[in-house]
Each structure stands twice: as structure tokens, then as C-alpha cells.
Design a protein around this ligand. Structure first.
Ligand SMILES: C[S@@+](CC[C@H](N)C(=O)[O-])C[C@H]1O[C@@H](n2cnc3c(N)ncnc32)[C@H](O)[C@@H]1O
Length: 337
């Protein structure tokens, strides 16, 4: 699958909050001081949207909408992300001017005639997205139900995951191969920020539905190859990889990449199949590996400079599941604070 890359270097404006100079504040106020841009802020707080979706909702030409978006991004009120050939926009949640974007949205009367019409059009976009995600689900339903039948129950895996993670805060979390976004839905409530990455844009459409909740403003999904993560080193406190490594020829690369972007004290938790002999899963379900042994996973942890932690085995017929955890040596990360 073609994946166009845009490296998301850690952005200072995203990571540091604090006082603004009067020039910065004036630029942000000017940027927001326009009827179309107010609406763009309001829309991008509710949902991550592409230029073409925004153009359709706002009802202006694409070049005009793009110009307004640029002004808002330059002022730090919006963030833009590449996803394949698309560019997505969302309200900046961190950085000096981020509180201004939220405040504007909170002050804006959404019952006002034109604003409420715009929100109705946003709902249409969301409904269309749901329909696309649903059709992807239906096309793959057979595959998913077959895997569910063969494996340990989701509930059992979740219980074991919670036992390994404990019940504290999780800090900044990254879910590798997020798929349906299930792990985000389960864990992101305890995270400061949570990002799910997946290489498949249709899966991202499904995951977006799982995180389209008012209490998940801090949660996002991004298109990325987990063998080459678009994040700087020491960016996360918790990284999860649930049922994804067996699709890769080189899962050890993913473990090294996870170790790079983990903060000292941060944790990597892998849940995947234990060694099995269902050879047909390679041809029928594109599995590249027939499960993993403790020795294999632990050797990857060691090579990546991680310390092996707790692990659990869950017996399933015919596919048992293992959960392995590792810690990056060094100071405690944000999780558990
Ligand atoms: C079986 S699904 C698991 C999804 C999710 N983790 C869960 O347990 O519900 C595997 C996911 O890994 C994704 N994937 C496979 N190879 C990938 C890669 N190199 N980079 C990112 N995602 C990948 C697939 O697109 C798919 O969504």
C-alpha cells in the first residue's frame, strides 16, 4: 500500500505551554477574528477534518478555505497532519495559543442560524464516514469473526492487560497497529494523550469511529508504518502492540523503534499469538509469523535495550495468546503519577 510520509518532528509549540508575547497573542486573535475562521475552529475541535470535507461543510471554494486554514495553522490554533494524500486539520490541543481555540469554541453560540447549519453538515460528514467504516467492516467481517473464534476471548486479554498495566495513569500512550482502535477505547481514558497508528487508511476510518467521543479530545489516530514511526525519541510513556507483530516479517524492527520513542521508565506491552501450527493463516489471513516464543520476544527486548518485565500466557484453542512487557531503563515516565 502506498503511504506518503510526512515526518512529524516533535513540535516545540505542541510540547510547551506558557505565556505568550503580546505579538503572538495579537496574531492569534487576528487569525481567529474572521467569521469563516471561527467556524473552522469550531469544526476542527469537534472532529479531525480534511480540506475537502471542510470545503463542503463551509460551502466556500477550496483555495479560500485553504487560505483560512493556513492562517489558523500559522497562528498555532490548528494543527495539520498528512494522511496518505490527504491533509487533516484539528484544533491544537497543546502549545501557547491552544487554550484560546478552546475558549473561542466555548463562547461561540452554536444555536445561531448559520453555525447550526454548519454543524448539521458536519454530522452528515460523520455519518458518511461511519458508513464507509461499516462497509469496510462488513467486507472483512468473515476474517474477523474467524480470528475471534480461534483466539482467547477479548475480555480475558483485557483483564490480563489491565493486571500488567495496573490502574494508575498511563501518561502519553501510543498504540501500534491500532486497527479498530479497541485498545485506545479501553485505555485512553487513563492517558494524558493517546495516539493510535496504523498503515491502513480504511482501518483508520474504523478507529476514528471508536474515538469519536466528547471525552476523547486527547486521542488521535495517524497513518504510519510502525517500523518507522514518525515521532522523536523519548516521546511516549506507554506503547502497546496488540495482535499486530505476526503480520510483519521483521517484528524486531518494531521493538527497536518502540524502544527509541519510549521515554526512560516507559513501558512496551505486546499482546500476540504464542507459537502455533496453523500454517493456513499465512495464506488465508496474511500472517507472516506463526506466533512468538518468550525467548524470541525477550531477545528483541534485550537487543533494543529494554528490560523484560511481567508476562502472561492465556490458553486459547487453537490459538493461545501471550502478553509480554518491558521497561526502558531510566527515570520513571509519566505513567502511574
Ligand atoms: C489484527 S489488526 C489488530 C488491530 C488492533 N491492534 C486490535 O487488536 O484490535 C492488525 C493491524 O495492524 C495493522 N498493520 C499491519 N502492519 C502494519 C505496519 N507495518 N504499520 C502499521 N500498521 C500495521 C493492520 O493494518 C491492522 O489494522
Amino acid at each position: 500500500m502506498a503511504l506518503s510520509w510526512q515526518y512529524e518532528a516533535p513540535d516545540e509549540a505542541e510540547t510547551t505551554a506558557g505565556k505568550l508575547s503580546s505579538a503572538e497573542l495579537i496574531e492569534a486573535l487576528k487569525a481567529a477574528g474572521d467569521p469563516t475562521r471561527l467556524r473552522l475552529l469550531m469544526l476542527c475541535r469537534r472532529c479531525e477534518l480534511s480540506v475537502s470535507e471542510l470545503t463542503w461543510i463551509i460551502g466556500q471554494s477550496q483555495p479560500r478555505v485553504s487560505r483560512h486554514l493556513k492562517v489558523l495553522c500559522d497562528a498555532g490554533l490548528l494543527n495539520r497532519y498528512a494522511e496518505g494524500t490527504w491533509v487533516m486539520y484539528r484544533l491544537a490541543l497543546q502549545g501557547g495559543v491552544a487554550p484560546l481555540g478552546r475558549l473561542i469554541d466555548e463562547l461561540l453560540d452554536v444555536e445561531e442560524g448559520e453555525t447550526s447549519e454548519i454543524l448539521e453538515r458536519l454530522e452528515e460528514v460523520r455519518n458518511r464516514r461511519r458508513a464507509v467504516a461499516q462497509s469496510y467492516f462488513s467486507r472483512n467481517a468473515e476474517h474477523w469473526s474467524e480470528m475471534t473464534r480461534l483466539q482467547v476471548s477479548e475480555r480475558e486479554v483485557e483483564t490480563a492487560l489491565h493486571a500488567i498495566l495496573g490502574w494508575g495513569r498511563l501518561g502519553d500512550m501510543l498504540d501500534l497497529g491500532t486497527g479498530t482502535g479497541r485498545l485506545l477505547a479501553i485505555l485512553a481514558g487513563r492517558a494524558e494523550t493517546a495516539i493510535g497508528v496504523d498503515i491502513n487508511s480504511e482501518m483508520l476510518g474504523v478507529a476514528r469511529q471508536a474515538i469519536d467521543r466528547p471525552d476523547f479530545e486527547h486521542v488521535q489516530v495517524r497513518q504510519a508504518d510502525i517500523r518507522r514511526l514518525p515521532y522523536g525519541k523519548a516521546s511516549f510513556d506507554l506503547i502497546t502492540a496488540h495482535q499486530v507483530l505476526h503480520y510483519l516479517d521483521d517484528p524486531d524492527v518494531v521493538v527497536r523503534e518502540a524502544a527509541r520513542v519510549l521515554r526512560p521508565g516507559g513501558r512496551l506491552v505486546i499482546a500476540d499469538l504464542l507459537p502455533h501450527d496453523m500454517e493456513q493463516l499465512k495464506t488465508e489471513q496474511a500472517h507472516r509469523r506463526l506466533g512468538f516464543s518468550d525467548e524470541e520476544i525477550e531477545s528483541w527486548f534485550e537487543t533494543a535495550g529494554l528490560e523484560t518485565g511481567e508476562s502472561v500466557k492465556l490458553s486459547g484453542r487453537p490459538l493461545p495468546v501471550g502478553i509480554w512487557s518491558a521497561v526502558k531503563p531510566g527515570n520513571q515516565g509519566k505513567q502511574g503519577q
